[in-house]
Design a protein around this ligand. Sequence first.
Ligand code: UD1
Ligand code: MG
Length: 450
Amino acid sequence: MALATLILAAGKGTRMKSDLPKVLHPVAHAPMVHHVMAAAQSLEADRRILVTGHMAEAVTAAGLAFDPACEVVHQAQQLGTGHAVDQARTALQDFNGTVLVLYGDNPLFRPETLANLVAQLDRVDVAILGFDAADPARYGRLVMDGDALHEIVEFKDATEDQRAITLCNSGVMAASAKTLFALLSKVENKNASGEYYLTDVVAHARAEGLSATAVICPEEETLGVDNRPALARAEAIYQSRRRTTLLEDGVTMQAPDTVHLAFDTVIEPGATVEPYVVFGPGAVVSAGACVRAFSHVEGAHVGAGAVVGPYARLRPGSTIGPDAKVGNFVETKNATLAEGAKVNHLSYVGDAAIGARANLGAGTITCNYDGVFKHRTDVGADAFIGSNTMLVAPVTVGAGALTASGSVITSDVPADALAVARGKQMNKPGFAKKLMDRLRAAKVAKRKEQ
Ligand code: UD1
Ligand code: MG
């Protein structure tokens, strides 16, 4: 059966207290709506529709950035969840499959939970994902009649008895497009909120003699983000899940709770990530690599057997080759370190290519920025850059070349050459003692004056 997913993302999210639309607030560096779209995509839906309203332009752009094939329908006024779904009626008028409705602010549903819900349509006409709420608060209550779902009552419209029910509506619903839109035509807004409730579809289904049921899933998956504390909870749950998966897949983490991952972080089995490592978007760590404690890795690839950190910062465009080493207080940006290259202490390497086995001594800096333009630095294979060398870009140091420590290298160094670019040392015998004696005498004289 063909499948269409419909993600509701038109609401404003007032309680986020933010200019950013709610569904664009990030979880693990990806907008919440991307998480929902990823779950939808994993079901291999044939049609993927996003309902936008509040700040539609920004939400549409984010939706298309994730899935260029998604369709966007507009809900000009937010008149309720039923009204939001109804906006897709025209888009789906010739669609003969199943519709799965999801909320853009529920980023934690597992694909298998959603697939299980859709599978219920083999035996019922309308399937709802429910959960047993620890604190049912303002959720819609599921009124069951044995195994059958009788109706969903919104909190505002519920009786005292109904409010005592702890089985709640997650907001996810599946039905055939034909059934869903036929039932939606009957939904009115005569309720406490004056809204067209999607949830009323259930009571109408039962009135028509159709069947409805609820599938129960863990409450954690149903978390809806309406405010910042909930956003932080969603982040924590997401992080914990990803860490568990990585550990199960064969990644070593001594203190997984302290490792922060991004939505797209790739860590291959056999890699090690020490405590307190933070990954920004676009990080890949190959098998056998080790990211040591307190490092920050973003937009960077750490090659097999490479060691990064402790206290390293890899910024976007960094490629650390196999068996290369990046040590403490080293920052790289848009830089390639070839196999076995070493930058072990206190360096900045930006807009640079460092050849195989080259060694950058402590304090080496690529001076890549002249205040207006960025320039490149190339260091050849097996070169040895002395400590505290300033490589003033654009500049090339040839293979096997050597720079004397403390040099300011402003012009290219040929292969195998030694470059010395610093003041010549001069020793003045006895001068240090003479100078110190004079200073000490001056200090004694000053004390006497006081
Ligand atoms: C909804 C359910 C409730 C359920 C709860 C779970 C209804 C009537 N109620 O209530 O049973 O327990 O979710 O979290 O469905 N939206 C639109 N257009 C609108 C209104 C809403 O796109 O006109 C979107 C919102 O952006 C949001 C989602 O639909 O992503 C849910 O809307 P919200 O107002 O949060 O519904 P709840 O009151 O939480
Ligand atoms: Mg809500």
